[in-house]
Ligand binder design. Structure first.
Ligand SMILES: [Zn+2]
Length: 590
């Protein structure tokens, strides 16, 4: 056993033993700190001195750090063993404690956002150092909030209004029973299982999987479409008419701390580059030996006869370390420290949570990485991805806990970057056939995470605009079909069943305009990577500083400090140039 063998993490740095006296004392300290914090209430006056203001913020930081420790411990223990009654009840207890404390300390946030006048707010922001942009953003959000009374009314009505509509959507769609005839046998399937079949080597299976899902949604399009219409109207009425946001998408943009022109520029460049993937799909038709591929075939595997190599965990770790080492030894040391601290849970165990994630408790504690390592190439990439998150978080470890975490638009920078480094390293080491296969997989990943998501967002922009004219569900489906035609051009054939696809996308219901965050995060990392390829080692200090700023700056202003203008189309085009090169490389391999 070395520290790079498959194994379980060690959580004792957070909590030694949750059944011990020491843990009770840990909770007592938190309670004491909250009580002390509540005393600040009477100090919150416009003339509050900047020193006292900073002291209060320091108290919040310490409090959040202490709560994060116990909450983090509970959520990681639960991820380790979701079947344990003890872990489940501890998680419930700690989550409840967390939200109680949030409610008890909320008065400070409300005072800052709503009660304090602008002049005094500006005075205090000036003295708040690394927290200044964070405090400014809170005030900006407050500009769109209403009086406490009105907010309460909206919250109360939402429970039986928009929130209830989303719940209905989930209830209806989760109850769908899919029956499909695959490989000659009719059988019940879950949506996940069917979604897995879109990558089947058998053309008929892929088609059946899509048809089964789409026809179920088509059958229910009346009620699901109506839910969508109401949610979209509600988004507009509340956001624009009541709160005063300029447009439906800017509600999300402001939440993401992005300016409208930045997002517009991203979407415009995606639209202009639709041909990059169209060319790829035309190329793919040749690779899977058909005249033209159908929408059912876009994820059909290439070279499915090639036997997939497996990688032992220590080999995977070595590969990822080597690829990071080439970029920066400082960053690869961050990755190593996750293993040195025994903060990696890599083995597959019964009851353990599926998937992978990286969890940062506080900036001072080495992050925890959760994996279910199975030895496939995709697992090696997942390792690189999650260690990328861990690196990002450690690079920002000297920031306050309030601003250490990268904001959503920048959150996938280091994780994607690490995958790109690994990709370059691995593709040099494999056979030509394998190289072709992983290149095609990567291009399809980029399609799904960048282009598809950008076109989803463009559909939402149109449908949210149209909603004032009370369109029918069929009108919306027609809009969706136009969107698909623009996205794919003549490169593939799209059957009519795809006009119902929009009803199948939960994000449209749960979190309108969320999808562009995927395009943003991935393309941003590609563009920075492209720059690294051009500038070599000279780019590394800039990259490290971008990571080190965590969430302390607004994305536009942070990148501008390093001469990178994310409001420009040029920046996003660099990201596509990287993908274009991959498509060309693949063509050469054929
Ligand atoms: Zn990620």
């Amino acid at each position: 056993m070395t520290k790079y063998s498959l194994g379980k993490w060690d959580l004792t740095e957070l909590v030694k033993d949750p059944k011990s006296q020491a843990f009770t004392r840990q909770l007592d300290v938190i309670e004491k700190k909250v009580k002390n914090f509540e005393k600040n209430k009477k100090l919150l006056k416009p003339a509050l001195s900047s020193q006292k203001f900073l002291d209060i913020i320091r108290d919040i930081e310490i409090l959040i750090e202490k709560i994060s420790l116990v909450e983090g411990y509970a959520s990681l223990s639960y991820a380790s063993d979701t079947q344990s009654d003890y872990a489940t009840s501890l998680l419930t207890r700690m989550t409840k404690l967390g939200s109680e404390i949030e409610n008890r300390t909320l008065f400070f946030d409300l005072w800052w956002k709503k009660e304090l006048d602008q002049k005094n707010a500006t005075r205090l922001i000036k003295k708040s150092g690394q927290l200044s942009e964070y405090l400014k953003h809170k005030r900006l959000l407050a500009k769109y909030s209403l009086s406490e009374k009105e907010e309460k009314i909206i919250n109360t009505l939402d429970v039986t209004g928009s929130t209830a509509l989303v719940k209905l959507y989930d209830k209806i769609t989760n109850a769908f029973e899919y029956v499909a005839k695959i490989d000659g046998k009719s059988k019940k399937y879950t949506r996940e299982e069917l979604s897995g079949f879109v990558r089947s080597p058998k053309s008929k299976t892929r088609e059946t999987a899509y048809k089964t899902i789409l026809s179920m949604f088509q059958k229910n399009s009346g009620v699901l479409g109506e839910i969508y219409q109401n949610l979209t109207l509600n988004w507009r009425d509340e956001g624009i008419q009541i709160r005063g946001f300029p447009s439906p998408i800017s509600i999300r943009n402001i939440g993401n701390n992005l300016d409208d022109p930045t997002v517009n520029s991203l979407l415009r460049v995606c639209k202009k580059n639709a041909s990059v993937f169209q060319k790829y799909f035309t190329q793919k038709a040749k690779m899977i030996r058909v005249k033209k591929i159908r929408r059912y075939d876009i994820y059909a595997p290439i070279g499915s006869k090639i036997k997939e190599k497996t990688y032992s965990f220590p080999t995977a770790v070595k590969l990822v370390f080597e690829s990071l080492e080439e970029l920066s030894s400082k960053l690869s040391d961050h990755a190593k420290s996750v293993f040195n601290a025994k903060h990696v849970d890599s083995q597959i165990r019964p009851g353990k949570r599926d998937g992978a994630f990286c969890h940062t408790i506080t900036p001072k504690i080495t992050p925890y990485v959760h994996l279910n390592y199975n030895g496939k190439l995709k697992d090696v990439f997942t390792l690189a991805h999650e260690l990328g998150h861990a690196i990002h978080s450690q690079a920002a470890s000297n920031k306050s806990i309030l601003v250490s975490e990268a904001p959503l638009p920048l959150a996938e920078t280091a994780s994607t970057f690490s995958e790109l480094l690994l990709f370059d390293r691995i593709s040099k080491k494999v056979s030509l056939d394998e190289r072709q296969k992983i290149l095609a997989d990567k291009i399809e990943d980029s399609y799904a995470s960048i282009m598809r998501q950008a076109f989803f967002t463009m559909f939402e922009i149109s449908s949210h605009d149209k909603i004032v004219d009370t369109p029918t569900v069929d009108d919306l489906s027609e809009t969706y079909m136009k969107n698909l035609k623009e996205q794919f051009g003549n490169s593939i054939s799209i059957s009519n069943d795809f006009m119902w696809e929009w009803i199948c996308i939960p994000h449209f219901y749960h979190t309108p305009f969320y999808c562009y965050a995927y395009s943003f995060g991935n393309l941003l990392a590609f563009s920075l990577y492209q720059r690294y390829k051009k500038e070599g080692d000279e780019f590394v200090p800039t990259y490290v500083k971008i990571l080190a700023s965590g969430g302390s700056k607004k994305p536009e202003s942070l990148l501008k400090e390093y001469g990178i203008d994310i409001t420009s189309e040029r920046f996003w085009q660099d990201g596509f140039d990287y993908i274009k090169k991959q498509v060309q490389d693949l063509r050469k391999l054929n």
